[in-house]
Design a binder for this molecule. Structure first.
Ligand SMILES: CC(C)(COP(=O)(O)OP(=O)(O)OC[C@H]1O[C@@H](n2cnc3c(N)ncnc32)[C@H](O)[C@@H]1OP(=O)(O)O)[C@@H](O)C(=O)NCCC(=O)NCCS
Length: 183
């Protein structure tokens, strides 16, 4: 991993969160979602993907989430540009896991650190409860995702496990933390 900070630092302004609109993701948003996600694929260990994703990955995900009735949200600015996205996807395919999902949240680097993560996660928690989910699980690489850990803890996610050495990216061996919230 490069030494250049790629995960945004907290900023002073709250303008991004105030100006943003949160709504369900549409097909037209998928290219912007792909681009936001691929930034972190290329530059960070916050995701364990090592190859950039293509549009088909996101089309498939949107279909899957729609079919399973789970939320897929975007935050957009006043001009309609996508600033970030969040979704909850079933944690495991086996049917007994049907009330449990892994949640995912990514903001464009320019939009982070200004409160938008809180607004988007809050909307996702609400949509997840309405979708009938009971448990959300966040899977977080601890060295790169201080903002994500702070964000999830702030919304009541509690420590649920620590897997050691389960990932390798940029030549580094990586742990993952599980944080869990009952809705
Ligand atoms: C994680 C992410 C969604 C958080 O959203 P955000 O808008 O940057 O965060 P917010 O400004 O809403 O702040 C949320 C909390 O985290 C804290 N925080 C934000 N950035 C932080 C950082 N770099 N280090 C430590 N804490 C941080 C804030 O102080 C705030 O806590 P508080 O309200 O108790 O003060 C966003 O930074 C992001 O997309 N990061 C890159 C992708 C990523 O890591 N996704 C999660 C993968 S598990």
């Amino acid at each position: 991993m490069s030494d250049t900070p790629t995960v945004p630092q907290p900023g002073a302004a709250a303008d991004a969160a105030q100006a943003a609109r949160i709504r369900p993701a549409a097909v037209e948003d998928l290219a912007a979602i792909r681009d936001i996600y691929n930034h972190y694929v290329r530059t960070s260990t916050v995701t364990f993907d090592e190859e950039e994703t293509d549009l088909a990955v996101w089309e498939h995900k949107q279909e899957l989430l729609a079919t399973t009735g789970l939320p897929f949200l975007v935050a957009e600015d006043a001009g309609g540009a996508v600033l970030g996205f969040a979704y909850a996807q079933h944690w495991r395919a086996k049917s007994a896991y049907r009330f449990s999902a892994e949640n995912t949240i990514y903001l464009s680097p320019d939009a982070a650190g200004r409160g938008l993560g809180k607004a988007l996660l809050e909307a996702l928690l609400d949509a997840s409860a309405k979708a009938g989910l009971h448990e959300l699980i966040a899977v977080i690489e601890p060295t790169a995702a201080a903002a994500s850990i702070a964000l999830h803890r702030r919304y009541g996610f509690v420590d649920a496990g620590h897997l050691k050495g389960v990932g390798v990216k940029f030549g580094r061996t990586l742990d993952v933390l599980f944080l869990q919230k009952s809705l």
